[in-house]
Design a protein around this ligand. Structure first.
Ligand SMILES: [Zn+2]
Length: 481
């Protein structure tokens, strides 16, 4: 099927902005807690109230536009999008329509083979969030929480440049990464901080015309997004192959069953009766304001990626992992600069540290990056074996103490004393005379066994290179006896 047909996908990504207060009122945007406590006449849409734009929400939007190389318009207009839904007490959503804050721009995605693709953006605008309905709490009725009403949302709309679920996944991951670098969103998809609507159609490969598209609404899990796209693509291909027609419809993904279901036949934009929001002025963004915001931009993921490769000379794969989040990248940089061992630093951060932060958040881990840097210096200087270093690290994770202190207190310093190691080697060989005879008759695989015994006797603290050499010498001596 997939050799003949391909999917054409466009995304509308909604990002909840991390402002303290809502977009048009002073209510808090905090997550969780009692329902319907962070509301006021403005976000509930009571008659006669006046919305007032949150300046910081506009600045966060400008940041996103600059980070994706779009054009910020000096004038944009808020518009009412009229529709009835219980989670929208006003009966309309304040959004932007003909005159969004920005148009154009692009995001570069990169697949696992390193191939790059440019995904064009058609627009970026600012709008307000609706409330949240709960249908599963009770058999007889639904519940509503309006705390979310009026949280600022940035909507990013792509051109239909994506061709597979994998590309959609990469695009969303990249948007999430950029938003995290810009520090404008919590990035928490479980809390719905990033969601997307997927427009998908299929066409014969090589065909220039696009088919009729269906929209899958409100996806908030990267894993489900992949599944939903693959399912929808296959079912559209089936319909076309059996001679049917796709009609423009809005679908919902049912994760339990693994299918998309019809939500409603698609409304056209005319159905929303958009008109300029009469209670808000035109939004004016001066070039000076844009420049002030531009100066606050951090180093962005692509720039950081290129710099890490240049500056640390570590493999591209490592750099991809290390720059996946800004906090992780910052952590790695301190470890690498303190230890002056970039590759070792990268290994430790990617394996040992990331194993720990799987369960917690990097900002909560007790190991300070400069302390991990010191530990790595001690490994590089042969003061401590890699094996002991792992024990020291475990202790650092538990207590937050620094590496030198732990090594001193626990006596974990590496044994590089030749006489001491010789003594242990002799002891091990004496205790395993039968194996030694077998070894001397040609069973060379036993060398690893002796080596392991010596390391065990020294609690892994003997310097491996030295053990290797002394063990070899001692066995050769016994060959002559
Ligand atoms: Zn409010």
């Amino acid at each position: 099927m997939l050799s003949e047909y391909e999917a054409v996908i466009g995304l509308e990504v909604h990002i909840q902005l991390k402002t303290d207060s809502k977009i048009f009122c002073g209510c808090s945007t905090a997550f969780g807690g009692e329902p319907n406590i962070r509301v006021c006449p403005v976000c509930l849409g009571m008659p006669g109230v006046l919305p007032k734009i949150n300046k910081r929400a506009v600045e966060f939007t400008i940041k996103m536009v600059l980070a994706t190389a779009g054009t910020v318009h000096q004038e944009s207009i808020f518009a009412r999008k009229n529709y009835f839904y219980p989670d929208l007490p006003k009966g309309y959503q304040i959004s932007q329509y003909e005159f969004p804050i920005a148009t154009g721009g692009a995001v570069i995605i990169k697949n696992k083979d390193g191939e790059q693709k440019r995904i064009r953006l058609s627009r970026i605008h600012l709008e307000e969030e609706a409330g949240k309905l709960f249908h599963d709490t009770d058999d007889r009725c639904s519940y509503i929480d309006l705390n979310r009403c009026g949280i600022p949302l940035v909507e990013i709309v792509t051109e239909p440049d994506l061709r597979s679920s994998e590309e959609a996944y990469l695009f969303l991951s990249k948007i999430k990464q950029i938003a995290e670098y810009l520090d404008i969103c919590t990035g928490n998809m479980e809390e719905g901080a990033i969601r997307c609507d997927i427009n998908i159609s299929v066409k014969s490969k090589g065909d220039k015309n696009y088919g009729t598209r269906r929209e899958i609404k409100n996806m908030n899990s990267l894993k489900f997004i992949k599944r939903a796209i693959d399912y929808e693509r296959d079912s559209q291909i089936q319909i076309i192959k059996s001679g049917g027609n796709i009609s423009q419809e809005t679908m919902l993904w049912d994760e339990k069953v693994g299918v998309t279901k019809l939500m409603r036949t698609k409304e056209e934009s005319e159905d929303y009766r958009y008109f300029p929001e009469p209670d808000l002025m035109r939004l004016e963004i001066t070039p000076e304001w844009i420049e002030r915001v531009r100066k606050t931009l951090p180093e962005l993921p692509d720039e950081k990626y290129r710099r890490f490769i240049r500056q640390y000379g570590i493999p591209a794969y490592d750099v991809g992992v290390l720059t996946s989040s800004r906090n992780l990248a910052d952590y790695f940089e301190v470890v690498a600069l303190v230890s002056k061992q970039p590759k070792l630093a990268s290994n430790w951060v990617m394996v040992e540290l990331m194993r720990e932060i799987k369960e917690t958040d990097i900002s909560r881990i007790k190991v300070r990056p400069e302390n991990l840097g010191t530990l790595i210096t001690m490994i590089a200087m042969g003061k401590i074996s890699s094996r002991s270093a792992k024990d020291v690290f475990a202790e650092m994770v538990r207590t937050g103490r620094n590496a030198e202190e732990i090594v001193k207190a626990e006596g974990l310093k590496q044994i590089s004393d030749k006489a001491k190691i010789e003594k242990v080697v002799k002891l091990v060989l004496d205790n395993n005379r039968v194996s030694v005879r077998k070894y001397l008759r040609g069973k060379e695989g036993l060398f690893g066994f002796f080596f392991g015994q010596v390391m065990r006797e020294t609690n892994g603290r003997a310097e491996p290179g030295l053990v290797n050499k002394i063990l070899m010498d001692e066995l050769n001596k016994r060959r002559g006896q």
